[in-house]
Design a protein around this ligand. Sequence first.
Ligand code: ARG
Length: 577
Amino acid sequence: MINLKEKIAEVLQKELNFTEEFRISINEMQSMIEIPKDPKMGDYAFPCFGLSKQMKKAPQIIAQELKDRILEKQRNDIIEHIDVVGGYLNFVINKSIIINEVINEYEKNNDMFGSSNEGSGQNIIIDYSSPNIAKEFHIGHLRSTVIGGALYNIYKYLGYNCIGINHLGDWGTQFGKLIEGYKRWGTEYNIEKSPVEELTKIYVRISNACKEDEKILEQCRNNFKKLEDGDSYCLELWEKFRGLSIQEFEEIYKMLGIKFDSYNGEAFYINKMDEIVNMLENSGKLIQSEGAKIIDLEDKGMAPFMAIKSNGSTTYGTRDLAAILFRAKNYDYDKLLYVVSYEQILHFKQVFEVAKLLDMNEKYKNNLFHIPFGMVLLKTGKMSTREGNVIKLKDILDESIKRAYKVIEEKNSELENKEEIAKKIGIGAIIFNDLYNNRIKDEIFDWDIMLNFTGETGPYVQYTYVRTKAILEKAGYIPTAKNVNYEKICDELSIEIIKFLYSFNETVKNAAEKNEPSIISRYLINLAQAFSSFYNENRIIGEDKETQDSRLYITEMVGSVLKNGLKLLGIEVPEKM
Ligand code: ARG
């Protein structure tokens, strides 16, 4: 598709680059162009306020002069007309050009409409989900999983090569405790059946025992030491706990449609520590402090980074550094994203700062990004383990499916495959709710809101998709682009939809640039709402053949973009509901 914003930028650039000090690149120019909130103001707007000082003229005058010059010298088919409003220069694009672009692109590329290959040849690693072994997969990990999964799809749609890594929390002193607890009471717990739950019970019991008896704590520490030294009994148990936990996590991933390219977690780096420690030593910044080895970050305004503890064990942070090194060598990444709660902001700041000290290509050091997100709040407050009101994720997903099933029963009990459909709606509702607001905001978890079929929800978008399918089915055919008469798409609501469709690619790009899937969720709600108005105001079937074909074609395109957009978020659509 032609990039209309770029075309406008070119036109403006030609008029503005009249003196040396006024060299503005096309990219800069593009970033100065805005899309007016009110479509009546035009398709693009160029604010002249910023130029006022340099040009020593009022913004309105600059806008007026630009308009006159463009009309005089650069008349083209793309711009229908130009208006000066306040200090803005507003552009209205020729509608048939937009219609033509959208329809041709759709005809060529329908399944991948809005995709591009701007990322081709670039490797992006996304580190997401990353739960801790033998600990409950909680709703915070769900956010990481869902946001990370969406980013994976979004970047892929833009042609990037994505590598999804589940950096499991599968190492740490807690394993010393688990091994001790299992040794003592393993037979009392059926860890094969529900591993995470049973292991958690063992963990709580042994932790309490440790508090009462210093000797037990000593034994736990010993176990961890043995594990680190490669003791076969301890390793065997560790592997068992790990394997069973992963199996359980995978059930959730399957429900959510999430896949990883690697499950290399913290433990994977244990035998790769010497190299990273050597590099830290070589940096000359590693200092001894009370038996531990740390890196002072005071000049950066941060607490010191703990590299090696006084008992010789490595830390979460050092393992992250080893992972950076390994990922650089093995994946040659152009970007490495960590989708992890905002509670770890300091951790990543420290890790990224220390990574700068390593003897490694600049590219790897400068392209580490923490993608933080907010908490999930119940209507009644924070979900936390300590207060005992933590909700198991599997139960939440099951509950959502159950509730969706009930709604289907009420609305359309005749439907075939109700269970299948309830799964798509129930899970889709949870994912959409998770991705609807700006990720950094805390999310409110409220069943009534997220399963509402008419609100700003996943089910509403799915429902709109299903409606497009029903219309096409009723018509009994899907017209081709050749049947579309552009004259029949002139009404405001049709044009609004065409413009939405035109902006899909830009929306996906924007979501990638800001690592913000909510940009896509919001787009989908707007598109679905625009379609509902279109549908209410226009007879799709039953007008003259040309009008019907044109409207059916719009319907088909909207359905396809809703489906693709949801797919980017990791949500499937039912064909009926
Ligand atoms: N396992 C950690 C947690 O649950 C998250 C790990 C994130 N990834 C990383 N490379 N540090 O808090």
